[in-house]
Design a protein around this ligand. Sequence first.
Ligand code: UDP
Length: 355
Amino acid sequence: MPITKRWYLGTSNYDPVSRARPDDDIENERHSVRVLVTGGAGFIGSHLVEQLIKREDQVVVLDDLSTGSVENLRHAQSICDFEVVEGSVTDELLVDSLVQECDAILHMAAAVGVKLVMDRPLESFQTNVRGTEVVVEAADRHSVKVLVASTSEVYGKNRSGVFSEDSDFVYGPTSVTRWTYALSKATDEVIAYYYFLEKGLSTVIFRLFNTVGPRQSGDFGMVLPRFVRQALSGAPLTVHGNGTQKRCFCHVEDAVRGILSLLDEPRAIGGTFNIGSTEEISIIDAAKRVIEETGSSSEIQLIDYLDVYGAGFEDIPRRVPDISKISNLTGWKPTREMDYIIQSVIESVSSELVL
Ligand code: UDP
């Protein structure tokens, strides 16, 4: 039985922390708001659902359970009941019926992970582009605000290392499979942005940089859960290339707080925002830290990119988000450091191995 929850819809004096509107007669200002989370059974989606429920929003999840699972929602479901719809974001009639009943959409559903996209490029591209088109078209028909998840991959192989939202996108040819993911998410951004610009739809785009934490699967290439699983089972940690490539890992709790800060901020509409940590670490150092923290006897094995992804693959040597735009607007900043992040992934992977 879904439980109807109530919240206070964003206005300029809405306080997302206390959720109170001190100047208002609260009883008269209450609105029942329902948030559709596409991809809500996925890694980041399920954390979003949990936080939305905790702050007493009403949630509906749409997920095709391809890379997500209902198991990811077990914790959220222990807090309160909510509707989970198994289906595709490319199903126009289904999406339309769900959007019609919602006040906001968090569009998280996508084919994600470098490995998945490398394995199934056409299917991934079509899922991402068609799915976003269907969701945004429905949002436009029913005038529903939509936040579209994008990725740091959109910056492509721009060598600047530090990316602000207006940095250039630099890609290789379409025949190099890696860029198809970036191209699909950049296309999603085009759809969202121009629906805002030309049709006045309330859209917000956020670009996530290497989000990690509990429930992230290592099966689709994400490095930290892979390293932790390898370390806990005594297998070598597979470092691609020479391991000098650097990333900034952002804990999912921080990322979710950032996304919700944009949902709550009316001035975010029409904008694009980076969400990520600015603490840099090389992949080889991350592997060493995982070995240290798990007390593993595993060794590090350097593997040539050619052997992992085949010819033509180009990695990104450095990727740091400039987060001043979101910080200035909503005050958001990540708080979780690498020690906490690695421990959190170790705990989560250990509990999966025990199950
Ligand atoms: N990587 C690695 N070993 C693995 C998986 C990934 O060395 O088993 C590297 C990958 O080549 C990249 C970095 O770790 O340089 C981050 O990879 P991930 O897929 O997590 O995210 P990306 O930043 O590439 O989107």
